[in-house]
Design a protein around this ligand. Sequence first.
Ligand code: ZN
Length: 325
Amino acid sequence: MQSVYLPKSICDEVDRLCRNFLWGESSNHKKYHAIGWNKICRPKEAGGLGLRSMRNVNTTYMMKNCWNLIQDPHKLWVQVVRAKYKCKNGIIPQVMKTNKMSNLWKGICASWELIKPHICWRINNGRTASFWYNNWLPNHMPIIHYSSSFIPPVELFKTIHEYTSGQGTWQIDHLQSWLPQNILETIYHFPLPTNGYGQDVVLWSPSKDGVFTTKSAVTIASSSHTVSHPPPFKAIWRWNGPERIRVLLWRVVHGSLMTNQVRVDRGLGTDPTCSVCMQETESNLHALRDCKFAAEIWSRTSGGSLPRSFAEDNIHDWVHANLKE
Ligand SMILES: [Zn+2]
């Protein structure tokens, strides 16, 4: 699977089998899937279960293959692929789709744009990295993005070393007709490339040490699924209680308990009234806290010493506040 780019139909089928397993569904026994697969695949602190979709797993492997194209030019498969798809001789290969391409190359092309923004350079002698197109100035995009005027084509092929003078300074005067002042100042303060330091080195920017890790690739591949983190999820998974209660609370916060209100909302019932007190709408909060029978249990459990605020919070704050104590 690490070198095969799986078709969408296979990814969907594997995800379907995982979903069915999670909700206890079998071929002759349908079960209701209370929380969407997209939410399940989020990180735990963002409301999911930290599972990964098959496409996400496969994309991560493809990203690793992309990185190997850069970092392992001596491997035989890298040499074959780079030659076959005319990647040119630069350290960073030119990756382009072709009319006839292998499954592996298809996967590499599909994942290349995910790794491209994270390729950065540590400048040593400045003779390899492109001044305009490579990512080498910390916390900046490639320099070409900051240019506001026409740059002669001959300049665009220059390496970083070519914008330094023999006197050990940057050629700021030469660059100032193409770049804004703030970028020139940043370049001015950037350490000059030095001949004795060896070749420039490609680094993986998401890792502190510049080494590609599958973990960081997973984060990038799934970044489109992340959301701002609502607080109760972190508190739920940190809470040191039985797993089945944590799962129950996770479902409560998602509003996915099969209460009568949820049944009506999803077209599975017609009457949202609580079947215990027969008076109010059975919402998550009503079933767990506000129904007079539930309130009676809370009151007895605490020996009648519940604070007034206990029944005032919304469901997120209620779960969060009680887990903290
Ligand atoms: Zn009730």
